[in-house]
Design a protein around this ligand. Structure first.
Ligand SMILES: NC(=O)c1ccc[n+]([C@@H]2O[C@H](COP(=O)([O-])OP(=O)(O)OC[C@H]3O[C@@H](n4cnc5c(N)ncnc54)[C@H](O)[C@@H]3O)[C@@H](O)[C@H]2O)c1
Length: 373
């Protein structure tokens, strides 16, 4: 008799990172994915695109079990509503869900300064409700989407995980608080195991051009912004570079970019590392909790990004240098050694591939997944 599929619940499954993580989970043919998303920043077509892509890769004689791995059980659920989360867990019963990948959150640093309480509610309270519900339903494994913003202005570059957490923005603080909850929970109860993944700058799209990023409104991140300018959705005359007097090689801010497919593969490795016989917690006998940087370990400046996108798109971006933006940090480059050593994670794809795949998605889907409903 074939083994039944492990059920993994992905929060924020219809968003940019969530959709690529679901695809990566499906590709293993070992998991049955349950997605919860409230549609705050996701398009209703996203999940059907992911399933279609996964199905298209099945062999003609695929087993019923393999076909099942390409289906997503999707729920419109707001994680700030305890009753809505409970209703999802109740469907599967105690022990019915093997583990959770908690990706859903608000993510705009600037916005978090304007409306901090909304960020604390959506990113911290929702995480608390999720953990309480997981506890109630004997689901005690979680991979958590954290961020390099937890480091604030780091004292050393590249940044190791041992760096003190000192986020500057409310957004960054919501990530520190959520990580702290996980750490405390794992210390309180050996049944729990948790991994926080501190993403640096995920970029690109699946190489097929069938799934990618479809942000609502003007993209907040540089690469999707440039793609939207090149495709004509955002006025290219509005391209501004915030500061060219930072202590970096060309004076503009430096970030560590990694391909979205590499980032997604990090989630698989982390999920596997939550298994009972995992070796990674041997170095932390007091609690099954770990945090890892997911980055390439390579700093890339704003001007280098613009040049790479010019090469990928053929679009001649003109930009205006303006003053520094409040809250920007000169350099956020990961030390990715721990994730490589303990999880076997490596971000292999370079910037040219990230830009190629981003542009492939954007040019094949000029309207993204279509207008938001
Ligand atoms: N994209 C990045 O550059 C980046 C970098 C570091 C960390 N992160 C983290 O990764 C995660 C995902 O980022 P993303 O780029 O995929 O963002 P995204 O906005 O595309 O995806 C987040 C998803 O969560 C959903 N969501 C938000 N609040 C919800 C709620 N209360 N209930 C249910 N669903 C909810 C949204 O509708 C969306 O589909 C976030 O936690 C973010 O903080 C992202």
């Amino acid at each position: 008799m074939s083994q039944s599929l492990q059920k993994v619940l992905v929060t924020g499954g219809a968003g940019y990172i969530g959709s690529h993580v679901i695809y990566a989970l499906q590709k293993t043919r070992r998991y049955k994915v349950i997605s919860v998303d409230n549609g705050h920043n996701s398009h209703s077509n996203a999940l059907s695109k992911v399933s279609a892509l996964s199905r298209s890769e099945l062999p003609a004689d695929a087993s019923q079990r393999d076909i099942e791995t390409t289906e997503i059980e999707s729920y419109k659920c707001d994680l700030t509503r305890r009753d809505e989360i409970r209703a999802v867990f109740e469907k599967y019963g105690k022990g019915g869900i093997w583990g959770v990948v908690h990706i859903a959150a608000y993510k705009a640093v600037g916005e978090s300064v304007e409306i901090p309480l909304a960020y604390y509610e959506n990113n911290v309270a929702a995480t608390l409700y999720l953990l309480q519900t997981m506890q109630e339903y004997d689901c005690t494994r979680i991979v958590y989407s954290s961020s390099a913003t937890v480091y604030g202005i780091p004292p050393t570059i590249p940044i190791p995980e041992t760096t003190r957490l000192k986020a500057d923005s409310p957004y960054g603080k919501t990530k520190v608080m959520s990580e702290t909850m996980l750490d405390d929970l794992c210390h309180s109860d050996p049944k729990w195991s948790a991994i926080s993944l501190r993403y640096f700058n995920p970029a690109g799209a699946h190489p097929s051009g069938q799934i990618g990023e479809h942000p609502k409104g003007r993209p907040g991140n540089l690469l999707p912004l440039l793609a939207h300018m090149a495709i004509g959705r955002v006025d290219p005359k509005t391209l501004q570079v915030f500061g060219n007097d930072y202590p970096t090689p060309d004076g503009t801010c430096v970030r560590d970019y990694l391909h979205i497919s590499d980032l997604a593969s990090g989630h698989l490795l982390a999920l596997e590392a939550l298994a009972p016989n995992s070796k990674i917690f041997e170095s932390t006998p007091d609690a099954r909790y770990k945090a890892y940087n997911l980055g390439q370990g390579k700093g890339i400046s704003v001007l280098q990004i613009i040049e790479a996108m010019r090469k990928a798109t053929g679009f001649d971006f003109k930009y205006e240098i303006v003053g520094r933006r409040r809250g920007d940090v000169p350099d956020l480059t990961a030390d990715p050694a721990l994730a490589e050593k303990e999880l076997g994670f490596k971000a292999n794809e370079d910037l040219a591939i990230m830009c190629r795949d981003l542009w492939n998605f954007q040019s094949k889907n000029p309207e993204g997944y279509g207008k938001f409903d």
